[in-house]
Design a protein around this ligand. Structure first.
Ligand SMILES: [Zn+2]
Length: 168
């Protein structure tokens, strides 16, 4: 893509993002007014959180566009950060601030996803930890009065015991 086209595409993208930002800000003002009338409404709190994360995202995208404009000036716009090949015009028109070709963008996204999975609590980790905590809590309970209302039944499972401990 030539510099002239790139400059136009990036200017249009910046206008689009700024218009979106202004719309979200107007909504924030409205929500602020609603909140003043009903300060403990969960709905307005949630809307506000969504709008704040939207603003954050739009600010990030505006910074990306600004960085892309600098790359146009430096003559490096439209080349993949990873492999250096020219990014297709279609892709640049769709995502003007992109720094990667399609192949390397999807590679980066897969990498990011797998990192997020590694870093996050997987359900099985959380289960294991909950089970360990339950076992630790059991040690604090004297054995002779663990489950007073389960007399005559099968011995309670560790999970049942844990439930009783938590209720106590
Ligand atoms: Zn590439």
């Amino acid at each position: 893509m030539d510099d002239q086209t790139a400059t136009e595409v990036l200017a249009a993208e910046a206008r689009r993002l700024q218009a979106a930002r202004a719309a979200v800000e107007r909504e924030c003002v409205e929500i602020g007014a609603e909140q003043a009338m009903d300060p403990i409404s969960d709905a307005t709190l949630l809307e506000r959180e969504i709008d704040e994360s939207l603003l954050h995202q739009l600010d990030q995208e505006l910074r990306d566009v600004e960085a892309a404009r600098l790359r146009v000036a430096a003559g490096s716009y439209g080349r993949c950060d990873v492999c250096g090949t020219a990014i297709a015009d279609d892709r640049l028109r769709a995502v003007p601030a992109t720094t990667r070709c399609t192949a390397h963008q999807s590679e980066a996204e897969i990498l990011l996803e797998s990192r997020m999975v590694d870093g996050a609590d997987s359900p099985s980790d959380a289960m294991t930890r909950a089970a360990n905590e339950a076992t630790q809590n059991l040690d604090l309970v004297p054995n002779d009065d663990v489950v007073p209302d389960d007399e005559g039944q099968d011995p309670a499972s560790p999970e049942d015991l844990a439930m009783h401990v938590r209720k106590a």
